[in-house]
Design a protein around this ligand. Structure first.
Ligand code: PHE
Ligand code: ZN
Length: 876
């Protein structure tokens, strides 16, 4: 057990760094046993009174240190870094340090480490201090010159940021390259790669005529899986020019894929480093969802070149300045590349599933947090996804034209600087002339606002009155919150499904600005009692309360699900309706109402029409999954939810088997490996149908899925069938599982799927299987993707087994966290996510989850990462 409490960092303690770093010259001498880093750093004074200078440095072996060419005698060193006295006066001074690091032993995957045979770096947020002594904070920007030297046979490729200035051969089979990055940057954007890699190459010509060389580097043998990432990169470059007027600024852009990576990818200046999972994509080995994710992450990292790199964050409390904005940019990019409605549905589903619970749990924090123990723990759904929602609302409130003026101003005014979220908002205020001070509460108040709606129709006056009220729930350390500025997009439908015009321009969607605790909006000339379509396109990240009382009845949702012209709200109405039915089944033991069979049948008819939007309909006929249903329950009992959901699916299946079978059959012979929007939509629909069709787990279902597996011509279909077979787990199913393993044993990303599929199966014996898989020769705690494929898949995608009343699931997770705590604390802390929500479960489960957390707090040498999550989770 930790006896000390790790230190908390506070926003209010921010102080500018008293020195300027004018340049850094780095030399990396890479050898098998160790890497020697020589850093020549030039400083000048900013604060005439500063008497000490502090440089971060952790787990470094200091070989020598010299100030202005003289060995430095007087300095202090602790586990955080070194402090010394700078020369008096304004003269520039130079520090030269030589340090030794051991990349091969670095299992944290922060700083310089080895992934397979490849050396690579990860410096965000605080990894650079594991490479050399330096002020490791985002507001210290400098120009980097980097020389990399290594064995030519082992490391033919040597890369760093910026432009390659020179290269050459050395004695003893060694060689080197030299890099210069003209753009000053904080050290978290530094990167280096050395290894045996192949590449694909392409070019992009920017709108002002700059020809940019694009490279994607991968492990030899993987080059056939890079084309999609390259196409995605070119599309992103074009989109950022078209939509934001932002152009790429160097002649070279590199992406390198590595198999061991804590996160998805990293936006290092001109040398993005990616998890292989987010680069490699081929229809044989990657699903349609993987293709979408590759495209959006390639775009995300590329977009950071402006939103993050050219304009960066003053301190890590401002993380959402770059992340929220960049997520919003990549979401809009994906929407433009595919279907805006479907994109919005998927983004909102993701937000509700991961961010809402975070915002309601013990680690709730504002989009701009004001304290943290370990910054790695703050790469959260709130910073990323809620942060993106905040930018989206801003655009809704000031309008797209002002928004674009605002980003133009932001990027030109702050180019080359490290700034704050306030700076961004101020630009938006300036260009729009609107007062956004109330809006800024979105950055400082945590918790998901609840919005209650009541509508009243006056048949004599022909008016419709809508009352909206808001409530911001208390969160740890924050109570009695102020009302926020919430944009609520609204439409009103008449009984025939026509929309009422809501203003002089006859617009049918109106933005209501909810700013008070309670506010009333009156609509005139409404000839019939309207059905309100509220929060169109999910115009604000809020929870709509009382959805099914007063103004909106279940039938209204069934109506909106058929008639709302807003695609997102059509989907939402269907989901709300089904969730309502599931609630009734769970709480009152109700039967499935007739209306539900009818409404669902109508959806299926829609799906059967050749011209319908298959991707949207796949999402509409999908029955909300167990986790989703749980989110809106007072107290979560996954087993009971599973049962009710199962009953609903079986009921709908019995009523509509022919239609579902027809939907399945209608797309069963499409063009195998094409990834056009049409083909992707059709596959989504077909596989949703397969899932429903085989819900009763009968002999014929096994046959159908084996057939589907056998006929699969792409990974999307293959894995969809395998998921079902893994659930059935009969002898013949197990043969298929083995066949899958043999077929893909040389494709680690597919073997990840093999682990995940088994860990996610809702079966009685899954906990035991997860324990067995932990001992599988292909399992390794050192590879984050593999850890996620087993433990995160089990704990996050398999609520029934993870929350089994015997507590096995929690024990498995606890043991994994205990082992990972020293190997990779960042991943260990992330694995704890599902335990944070213990208060939401039945009392028996609560007790077990809490005791698992307490046991974790007793682990010896507990990392600050795990300590922060576990201790805050159990705090009252
Ligand atoms: N900055 C990266 C992104 O969002 C995420 C990341 C954070 C990667 C920390 C690695 C480490 O694009
Ligand atoms: Zn990012």
């Amino acid at each position: 057990m930790r006896t000390d409490t790790p230190k908390t960092v506070y926003l209010q303690d921010y102080k500018p760094y008293p020195f300027k770093v004018t340049a850094i010259d780095l030399n990396f001498d890479i050898r098998d046993e160790q890497t020697t880093v020589t850093a020549i750093t030039k400083f000048s004074r900013k604060d005439p009174k500063a008497s000490q200078i502090f440089l971060n440095g952790e787990d470094l072996e200091l070989v020598s240190i010299a100030l202005n060419g003289e060995p430095l005698e007087k300095f202090t060193q602790d586990e955080r870094g070194i402090t010394f006295k700078p020369p008096a006066g304004d003269e520039e001074f130079t520090l030269e340090t030589v340090t030794v690091i051991k990349p091969a032993e670095n299992t944290r995957l922060e700083g310089l480490y080895r992934s397979g045979d490849t050396y690579c770096t990860q410096c965000e947020a605080e990894g650079f201090r594991r490479i050399t002594f330096f002020p490791d904070r985002p507001d210290v920007l400098t120009v980097f010159d980097v020389r990399v030297e290594a064995d030519e046979k082992d490391c033919p490729v040597l890369l760093s940021n910026g432009n390659k200035i020179s290269d050459g051969k050395l004695e003893g089979g060694r060689h080197f390259t030299v890099w210069h990055d003209p753009f000053p940057k904080p050290c978290y954007l530094f990167a280096l790669v050395a290894g045996k890699l192949t590449h694909i190459h392409d070019t992009f010509t920017t709108k002002s005529g700059r020809k940019v060389d694009l490279y994607i580097y991968v492990r030899p043998g993987d080059e056939g899986q890079c084309a999609h990432a390259m196409e995605s990169l070119k599309k992103s470059m074009k989109w950022d020019e078209d939509v934001y007027g932002l152009e790429y600024d160097l002649d070279l852009f590199n992406i390198v894929a590595v198999s061991d990576f804590n996160m998805g990818a990293m936006e290092n200046k001109s040398l993005n480093i990616f998890n292989t999972a987010l680069v490699l994509a081929h229809p044989d080995t990657a699903t349609d969802l993987d293709f979408m994710r590759v495209e959006s992450v390639v775009a995300h990292e590329y977009f950071h070149n402006w939103s993050g790199n050219r304009v960066t964050c003053r301190d890590w409390f401002q993380l959402s300045l770059k992340e929220g904005l960049t997520v919003f940019r990549d979401q809009e990019f994906s929407a433009d590349m595919h279907s805006p409605d479907v994109q919005r549905i998927d983004d909102v589903t993701h937000l509700r599933r991961f961010q809402f619970p975070e915002d309601a749990g013990p680690l709730a924090h504002p989009v701009r947090p004001d304290n943290y123990i370990e910054i790695n723990n703050f790469y959260t759904m709130t910073i990323y996804e809620k942060g993106a929602e905040v930018i989206r609302m801003l655009r809704t409130i000031i309008g797209p034209e002002n928004y674009r003026k605002g980003t133009d101003l932001y990027f030109s005014r702050f180019d080359g600087q490290a700034v704050t979220c306030d700076d961004f908002i101020n630009c938006m205020e300036e260009v729009s002339g609107q007062d956004l001070s109330q809006f800024q509460l979105w950055y400082s108040q945590a918790g998901t606002p609840e919005v209650t709606t009541t509508g009243k129709y006056d048949g004599l006056e022909k008016t419709f009155t809508l009352t909206l009220s808001q409530n911001i729930p208390d969160t740890p350390g924050q109570t009695d919150k102020k009302p926020m500025h919430i944009p609520v997009a609204l439409g009103l439908l008449d009984p025939s499904g026509q929309e009422f015009p809501l203003d002089e321009e006859r617009n049918t969607t109106k933005i209501l600005h909810l700013r008070e605790k309670t506010q009333t909006f009156v609509f005139e000339k409404i000839q019939y009692p309207p059905i309100a379509s509220i929060l169109r396109g999910f115009s604000a990240p809020v929870i709509l309360k009382d959805d099914l009382r007063d103004d909106l009845k279940p039938e209204d949702h069934a109506f909106l699900m058929r008639h709302d012209p807003n695609g997102f709200n059509r989907w939402q109405a269907g989901q709300t309706y089904m969730l309502h039915i599931l609630d009734e089944m769970l709480d009152q033991g109700e039967e499935i109402p007739e209306e539900c069979f009818r409404a669902y049948g109508a959806l299926l008819d829609d799906a059967l029409r050749p011209e319908s939007d298959k991707a949207l309909l796949a999402r509409m006929i999908h029955i909300p999954d167990v986790i989703h249903i749980g989110l809106q329950r007072e107290e979560i009992d996954p087993a009971a939810i599973y049962q009710a959901r199962d009953d609903l699916i079986n009921g709908l299946l019995s009523a509509h088997k022919d239609k579902i079978l027809a939907i399945y059959g209608m797309h069963n012979d499409d063009d195998g490996d094409s990834v056009t929007a049409q083909a992707v939509g059709a596959r989504a629909l077909k596989n949703t149908a397969l899932h429903i069709l085989t819900n009763k787990c009968m002999k014929e279902d096994v046959d159908l899925c084996r057939e589907a597996y056998k006929n699969a011509r792409n990974m999307t279909d293959r894995i969809a069938a395998l998921q079902r077979l893994t659930l059935f787990r009969t002898g013949s199913c197990m043969d298929v599982l083995r066949e899958f393993y043999e077929r893909y044993r040389d494709y680690p990303l597919v073997i990840d799927k093999w682990f995940a599929v088994q860990a996610s199966a809702a079966r009685e014996d899954t906990a035991a299987i997860v324990r067995q898989l932990r001992e599988h020769p292909d399992f390794s705690l050192k590879n984050p993707n593999r850890v996620r494929s087993l433990f995160a898949a089990f704990a996050m995608n398999n609520p029934v087994c993870f929350h089994a009343p015997d507590g096995q699931g929690y024990e498995i997770l606890r043991d994994a966290v205990a082992e990972l705590n020293t190997i990779n604390p960042q991943i260990a802390a992330r694995l704890l996510t599902p335990l944070k929500e213990w208060r939401r479960y039945t009392p028996d489960r609560q007790a077990l989850m809490k005791s698992a957390l307490k046991k974790i707090l007793e682990i010896e040498n507990l990392s600050p990462d795990v300590y922060e999550i576990a201790s805050k989770s159990v705090a009252d």
